[in-house]
Write a protein that binds this ligand. Structure first.
Ligand code: MRU
Length: 346
């Protein structure tokens, strides 16, 4: 891909400001953990893996000026930073996975000097980013094998290079299978329009034949036989396969099941949360009413009406044909099959 969603430049983290795409392509610089927290909360950066990578750098930015002389007080600073960053957005498992990974690298090196632990933590954040690139390519390869020649794919939200280090998960499958794909339907994805603004931008840039649709058009296209498969990303997957993803995903899965259309989730292993048994335990972020009531800063409704704005919903595992991971595909996901793939060596 020709753009770097998250990059390390001049000892700071830089992010494509996704709030202003596709009109403008600009980077914002984060020098402190507080810049990172704000960027995640306000969705300058978004998408589960990209949030995780940014969070990993955020931990480093939060501790790099720590004056701690011994591990005990240094760890206090680490924990404080992790708690602070973890409060930015609650749903994406990848954020917490990356924060825990940063803590772990410090813990296993606690005998070293604070100076050298800081260096190892920066190296770990670089590794999280570099690994994500490889993971997305592997997801693309495994997913591509599932796509039939001449098929039309429907996707929701943005699970592309902008949501990861590079290439994407759901879009990674689409990019890898590009030669076989006739058309990609892109749900606009109200209220933040990640489909219309970001997925459309990525697909057109990559010369993939993409067609934008309003979210409420999907079922009718399925009924007409125009959708061969649905592929979406994930924010958190419970150990029974229940999957949180962008609001609207659940209704797509129901419609796909009704019309006998395969429904795939493309996601790295770091999105699985084996500590929760089912989707009802996934914390669902509630965002502010104004995202629903306003478009481009202008009210599209009466000011006094109340609005709901859950950012994600949960699709039951039994509606999912397969979860495409970097280690392979979990067909008809359940706890046993998910455990098996997690334990598989890469
Ligand atoms: O609110 P967002 O834009 O962060 O939501 C993003 C999604 O729901 C994606 O589908 C998910 O994070 C997977 S990204 C590879």
């Amino acid at each position: 891909m020709k753009y770097e969603t998250v990059r390390w430049r001049k000892n700071n983290v830089e992010l494509i400001d996704q709030r202003i795409l596709p009109a403008e392509m600009k980077y914002v610089r984060c020098r402190h953990a507080r810049d990172v927290e704000l960027a995640i909360r306000t969705m300058k950066v978004r998408g589960a893996p990209a949030i995780g990578i940014t969070g990993a750098y955020g931990v480093y930015l939060g501790i790099r000026n720590s004056r701690a002389k011994d591990f005990k007080s240094f760890e206090k600073d680490i924990k404080k930073t992790i708690k602070y960053l973890g409060a930015s957005r609650p749903t994406a498992r990848n954020l917490f996975w990356a924060l825990e990974r940063m803590h772990e690298v410090a813990r296993i090196n606690k005998e070293r000097s604070v100076f050298s632990i800081k260096r190892l933590m920066l190296a770990e954040a670089h590794a999280v980013l570099a690994e994500d690139r490889k993971i997305c390519r592997a997801i693309g390869k495994h997913g591509s094998a599932l796509i039939e020649k001449g098929s039309s794919i429907l996707t929701h939200c943005n699970a592309g290079g902008l949501a990861t280090a590079d290439y994407g998960t759901a879009l990674g499958v689409i990019f890898a299978a590009k030669a076989k794909i006739r058309k990609v339907y892109v749900d606009e994805t109200r209220p933040r329009l990640q489909g219309a603004r970001l997925t459309a931008w990525e697909l057109i840039k990559a010369k993939v034949p993409a067609v934008l649709i309003c979210d409420n058009m999907a079922a009718s296209l399925m009924a007409k036989g125009q959708v061969g498969a649905v592929i979406v990303g994930a924010d958190r997957i419970a150990c029974n396969g229940d999957t949180a993803n962008k609001i609207g995903t659940y209704s797509l899965a129901i419609a796909a099941k009704y019309h006998n259309i395969p429904f795939y989730v493309a996601s790295p292993i770091s999105t699985f949360d084996m500590s929760i048994s089912s989707g009802d335990q996934i914390p669902i972020e509630k965002r502010c009413e104004s995202e629903v009531k306003k478009v481009n800063g202008k009210y599209i409704t009466v000011k006094d009406i109340k609005a709901e704005n859950p950012a994600f919903d949960v699709t039951p595992g039994k509606l999912i044909t397969g979860i495409i991971t970097e280690k392979g595909v979990v067909k008809n996901p359940n706890k046993r099959r998910i455990k098996k793939i997690l334990n598989k060596c890469s």
